[in-house]
Design a protein around this ligand. Structure first.
Ligand SMILES: [Zn+2]
Length: 242
């Protein structure tokens, strides 16, 4: 026997009722929404790159070829079916020359799924390494920045690593990058990676102690998209030098 005692003043759903002898305090839609909002903003704060919510949306895409149109359709589908991607750990590896739109599309997907209540963390590796290195030299907190970020990496619905390969990796950096990707791999949750490197370049960049285990892991959990058209950042025509 259930008796409603109190309803939310905003959405009208019960927030306190009695079920027999038990007091029950369920969450109403407002509370659930608020919890999601707080969760999203937590990961937004931990993100190292800004995803530019206003302009990085599918509606603003300007495509240069039919292959890019195909990619957009796939990326939209991915965003729509993100629940499935999350359940079966389907990620994306976008590679191609600078200026072909990789970061833009990674951000579009991130922004799209975030608007549906999923959490997203966006990193570039040089920023990530700088952040944990600064922390190592300061040593203020009991929990290190790296631990904090790795915890978030484990929890977040989508991890975006932008521009993999642009960073210079020392042995220390390589180990940290390995830990980061390995943590995500073990969490069995999707990752989107963008890179200017091609297959061989990536292999060379991610080689650790003579092993390409890291790239193997990335390949196992991502579907490749090769952006093989020209950069849209064309040099301006000018007669100034004539
Ligand atoms: Zn409510």
């Amino acid at each position: 026997m259930r008796t409603n005692i109190e309803n939310c003043k905003v959405c009208g759903e019960p927030i306190f009722y009695k079920e027999g002898i038990y007091d029950v305090y369920p969450d109403c839609s407002c509370m659930i929404k608020e919890r999601i909002r707080l969760k999203i903003s937590k990961y937004k704060k931990l993100s190292i790159i800004d995803r530019d919510f206003g302009s990085n949306v599918f509606g603003k895409a300007q495509t240069v070829c039919s292959k890019e149109n195909d990619f957009i359709e796939k990326f939209k589908k991915y965003s729509e079916r993100f629940k499935k991607a999350l359940e079966s750990n389907i990620g994306i590896l976008m590679s191609g020359l600078p200026g072909t739109g990789k970061t833009f599309y990674a951000n579009c997907i991130a922004n799209e799924i975030q608007s549906k209540g999923y959490t997203v963390l966006s990193f570039n590796l040089s920023g990530y390494l700088r952040k944990i290195q600064e922390d190592y030299s300061n040593k203020r907190d009991f929990v290190s920045e790296e631990e904090k970020l790795l915890q978030a990496v484990k929890e977040v619905d989508l991890l975006v690593i932008d521009d993999l390969g642009s960073e210079k990796l020392s042995d220390w950096g390589m180990e940290k990058v390995y830990n980061l990707i390995d943590e995500r791999y073990k969490a069995n949750k999707p990752i989107i990676i963008t890179t200017n490197l091609d297959k061989d370049g990536l292999e060379e960049h991610l080689m650790l102690n003579g092993s390409d285990k890291l790239l193997d892991r990335i390949r196992a959990i991502t579907t490749p998209f090769i952006f093989d058209w020209d950069s849209r950042r064309k040099r301006k025509e000018t007669d100034i030098w004539d």
